[in-house]
Design a protein around this ligand. Structure first.
Ligand code: GDP
Ligand code: ZN
Length: 286
């Protein structure tokens, strides 16, 4: 019996990578049939020598869309310029990642093009407590740090197109393009290929989720109270609000608004909060 991580699920077969790096094509045991439909890419499983999945380890977390288990972190990539950073889009993405209870890490790529605005933005997110990496696939800045952050974890990359996500992955692991190509060749032989999430292995213990559309996680159904909890910087300040819960908008005596006036909370982040809040309220009214 060996343990491994499910990296792909195609046509009823689960591809399980063991710590040696070998990938085994496996089927699910009869008595696990019930779990077969819920078995997800990212699950840690025990497999027999003849290719049966025998048991599933308890999950740390799971997402429905994309269907994946045990994501340790989301690497949110933006570019210093080309395309310019759109703070509201960035904050919307961070909100949804927090709402999924997955820690985000912010990467500002194309740092070779950075300006004063980039430095300001960096400090806003560092002050909130986020890990912020500045990278450039052109100069090599920050690539070792990124590699370090990815080590031993299952990570997903998110962010607008054109910011350099593929370039970063190739910089972290030059085999990236080659190896993903090799895996998909094998998969193409299946007749009814489905587009599930799959994992790309950087090394025996580090995986990258390869799924288009991760950035499209949506916030349908989130309440304003839940939204408040996705802004980590509000947490330090909400104890002094007169009303509980407080939406930190129209209420008198609000410690979040006091912190905003005192400069401890960024105006830009607060504006994102108000915009996302009204989006949620519009959704409810409909
Ligand atoms: P993706 O859509 O997020 O996967 O972005 P790509 O990796 O395809 O990169 C988009 C463009 O940005 C390409 O033309 C890259 O050459 C360029 N690019 C990637 N990384 C950097 C960087 O660090 N600095 C600069 N100036 N350009 C970069
Ligand atoms: Zn308040």
């Amino acid at each position: 019996m060996k343990q491994g991580v499910v990296i792909k699920n195609v046509n009823g077969y689960f591809y399980v990578q063991t710590p040696s790096g070998d990938v085994h094509e496996c089927k699910v045991r009869g008595r696990l049939k019930k779990e077969r439909y819920s078995l997800l890419v990212g699950d840690t499983v025990s497999i027999t020598n003849d290719g049966w999945i025998d048991s599933i380890e308890e999950r740390r977390n799971s997402l429905r869309r994309p269907a994946i288990a045990n994501i340790d972190q989301v690497i949110v990539v933006v570019a210093a310029r080309e395309p310019d950073i759109h703070p509201l889009l960035l904050d919307r993405l961070l909100v949804m990642i927090h709402h999924s209870h997955i820690p985000p890490i912010l990467v500002i790529n194309k740092y070779d093009l950075h300006t004063e605005d980039t430095v300001k933005l960096k400090s806003i997110y560092e002050n909130i407590g986020y890990t912020v990496l500045c990278t450039s696939t052109y100069t090599g800045e920050g690539i070792d740090e990124l590699r370090y952050v990815l080590h031993g974890k299952i990570s997903a990359f998110a962010g607008p197109s054109g910011v350099g996500k593929s370039s970063l992955l190739n910089a972290v692991d030059p085999n990236f393009a080659f190896q993903t190509g090799a895996v998909s060749d094998k998969i193409k032989r299946g007749r009814h290929t489905t587009r599930h999430a799959s994992l790309y292995s950087l090394d025996e213990s580090s995986f990258i989720m390869d799924t288009p559309g991760f950035s499209a996680l949506d916030h349908t159904g989130m309440t304003v109270e839940e939204l408040v909890h996705t802004f980590p910087e509000f947490g330090d300040h909400d104890r002094g609000c007169k009303f509980s819960p407080c939406s930190h908008s129209h209420e008198p005596i609000c410690s979040v608004k006091e912190a905003l006036a005192g400069g401890q909370i960024s105006e830009q982040r607060y504006q994102s909060y108000l915009t996302i809040k009204s989006e949620l309220e519009d959704q409810r009214r409909r």
